[in-house]
Design a protein around this ligand. Structure first.
Ligand code: MSP
Length: 644
């Protein structure tokens, strides 16, 4: 039977760097949906990527004296490693600087022009560069961007315009005919009341005041508006208007465009209007989820609230991070991240409920049956409650995932886990074990627990990426790649298989102690940021003579796993070798530093950063643009030489 297709997309991410936990939200949600649909026998295509053009990128690259291409390449590496860390199972990653994308965006623009949907005129109005958004005076909030609250700039440019106003009624009809087109419902009302009812204006779709973008094919003074460029990714990635449109023919229209609520406007007004103008079907569904907030604000660097996903995954494991994102936020609404909420969630659900169930079950099978799975022979009424929950889970999950109720889906799986824990308390296997005549009943209880774990692990594998296989390892089994009649039904583990006692899946944290540790990590991170010296008081020659500067030679150098900024070097200074951490990972590839002569502050008191001791400091110079270079002796000199 031919599989049903399922095309799901995240927005393409801005190349702004410093990705925080909030950024991971859309991608992890889509990943869970994609994994579930694959398991459920859909032919899934999951697209993500990076949004690499625009004035913002051009300006940010200039600030650090880099070419825009080098700048976006670096951020591309960063985001790809983040998705790898989080186990994101995308089928394609598109970059808007990819050649094929650029070519197709030009063809799209040409087609809109040929169809009479684009005309040239003059634009005068306000522009928010961080959001790459045009605003009328009436739309501004206290003179600032209504989306992000930042300053807007007056823009006067000769521009090309897209006839957006022409599509006003067609858009309303699209919403009416497809009640699920925009969800949740609140966002539909927002679009109608705030944008469509006041009347759509034609959209300025080209800029002339910067260069980093796709040139208008028939007028290369103009750069195509970054949102037209960016939105098109959803079809260029499939080969629309290319020599090979087979993916486009197969997967379009998208089944879900997933995104944060702040960009629903672009996806439900500009995007379907552009598609209508191109004669292409609109996507089936646009879902605007809420934000992950940190202390009440949307996390972003400009507002000073960052939670580093690399750091969290390193310390707590990728599954704890994924679980928090998927479980904590009521999908569609905003949710709040705090260190405490994260630890409580991990302790309660993963360490206590799931972890305990796995360790208790496997330990009892080992203890009472020498690690050989007994059979389900002597059933009692209480068993059926557990079995029924397990057997009805598949349909409930399909329903939740179809309705994008991710949090509820996890709750349903945890109902089985909670019920199994309660079943242990009710059946008291430790008492059954004391009575040899209850051995068969004990075997049945343990079988039921093992089987509940198999089913929970199978369903959890759409949400978590390491733990489910670890659970299956206890039974010497692999996770199935698809759901089928057999594996969704209770009773599949074979009697007599070898069962291994599980190691601890999630350690239980002492919350107060761990919170203090987290504060320390944040302090360490701050110390790294504060190493910059802004204003320096004068010092005497005596003060200076207290500093022992020596030539050192870098023998080994590697990135410190726990940090994006730190490199860890082994530095030879005369006849000793020291470990020194330096915040230069953004500027140097560790392998390029091996063998390099450097100047080291040799009598600096050792300091602990992220659990590693640094015994000195490698001197660096930083220019006003933030470029950092290592200070090196002008000629080769043996290590240990005094610098004065
Ligand atoms: N480049 C545009 C999208 C163009 S799509 C044609 C963009 N990029 S973004 O990097 O700013 O956002 C990417 C995704 O991350 C969006 O879905 C956005 O809502 C999401 N998030 C960024 N911060 C977030 C939170 N704090 N919480 C939840 N998601 C948020 O917009």
């Amino acid at each position: 039977m031919e599989k049903k297709k399922f095309y799901i997309t995240t927005p393409i991410y801005y190349s702004s760097g410093n990705f925080h936990l909030g950024h991971c939200y859309t991608t992890v949600i889509c990943d869970a949906l994609a994994r579930f649909k694959r398991m459920d026998n859909y032919d899934v295509f999951y697209l993500t990527g990076t949004d690499e053009h625009g004035q913002k990128v051009e300006t940010n690259a200039q600030k650090v004296d880099m070419s825009p291409q080098d700048f976006v390449d670096k951020l591309y590496d960063q985001i790809v490693s983040l998705w790898e860390l989080l186990g994101i199972s995308y089928d394609k990653f598109i970059r808007t600087t990819d050649d094929y994308h650029v070519k197709t965006v030009q063809k799209i623009f040409q087609k809109l022009m040929d169809n009479g949907d684009i005309y040239k005129s003059k634009y005068e109005g306000m522009y928010c560069t961080p959001c790459e958004s045009f605003w009328s005076d009436a739309q501004l909030k206290d003179g600032k961007c209504p989306d992000c609250g930042r300053e807007v700039k007056l823009m006067k440019e000769e521009s090309y315009f897209f006839k957006l106003s022409k599509y006003q009624d067609k858009l309303l009809k699209l919403y009416e005919d497809n009640p699920d087109f925009i969800s949740p419902k609140s966002r539909l009302n927002e679009m109608i009341n705030n944008f469509l009812k006041p009347g759509l204006k034609d959209l300025c779709v080209s800029r002339t005041s910067f260069k980093w973008g796709v040139p208008v094919p028939f007028d290369d003074k103009h750069i195509i508006y970054v949102w037209v460029d960016a939105l098109s990714n959803y079809i260029t990635a499939l080969g629309y208007l290319s020599e090979d449109p087979s993916l486009f023919n197969k997967y379009w229209p998208a089944d879900i465009h997933m995104m944060g609520k702040e960009i629903v406007r672009f996806h439900t007004i500009i995007w379907p209007a552009l598609l209508m103008a191109l004669g292409v079907e609109p996507p089936k569904r646009v879902y605007g989820h809420g934000w992950l907030l940190f202390g009440g604000d949307k996390m972003s660097k400009s507002k000073g609230n960052i939670t580093d996903p690399f750091l969290l995954c390193e310390r707590y494991g990728v599954d704890a991070v994924r679980y928090f994102l998927l479980r904590e936020v009521p999908f569609g609404n905003d949710g709040i991240y705090t260190n405490l909420a994260f630890l409580n969630r991990t302790n309660a659900d993963l360490a206590n409920s799931l972890g305990n169930l796995v360790s208790r079950t496997t330990a009892m099978i080992e203890q009472y049956f020498d690690g050989v799975l007994p059979g389900p022979i002597e059933k009692e009424d209480v068993d059926y409650e557990l079995i029924n929950i397990a057997n009805s889970l598949y349909e409930k999950l399909v329903d939740c995932m179809d309705n994008l109720l991710i949090q509820e889906a996890l709750e349903e799986i945890f109902k089985l886990i909670h019920r199994a824990n309660k079943y242990i308390d009710e059946t008291t296997p430790w008492l059954l074990a004391k009575d040899p005549s209850k051995k068969v009943r004990l075997g049945t209880v343990l079988y039921n627990l093992a089987e509940s774990l198999r089913i929970a692990a199978m369903y959890l594998s759409s949400f978590l990426i390491e733990t489910p296989q670890k659970i299956m390892d206890c039974f010497g089994e692999y996770l199935p790649s698809n759901f089928d009649e057999n594996n969704i039904t209770f009773g599949q583990l074979r009697q007599g298989i070898k069962v291994k006692r599980s190691s601890i899946l999630f350690p239980r944290f002492n919350v107060d102690k761990e919170l203090a540790e987290m504060d320390k990590i944040l302090d360490d991170m701050k110390k790294i940021d504060d190493v910059k010296i802004d204003s320096t008081p004068q010092i005497s020659i005596d003060d200076f003579s207290k500093i022992e500067l020596k030539v050192g030679k870098i023998l080994e150098c590697e990135k410190l796993q726990k940090s994006k900024k730190l490199l860890k070097s082994k530095v030879e200074i005369g006849n000793e070798v020291r470990t020194i951490l330096s915040g230069i990972a953004q500027f140097y590839d560790p392998k390029d530093l091996i063998g390099k002569s450097v100047v080291v502050v040799a009598n600096l008191a050792p300091a602990k950063l992220l659990g590693e001791t640094s015994e000195g400091m490698i001197l660096c110079a930083e220019d006003t643009k933030g470029n950092v270079v290592i200070v090196s002796p002008e000629k080769a000199l043996e290590s240990g030489s005094i610098v004065s």
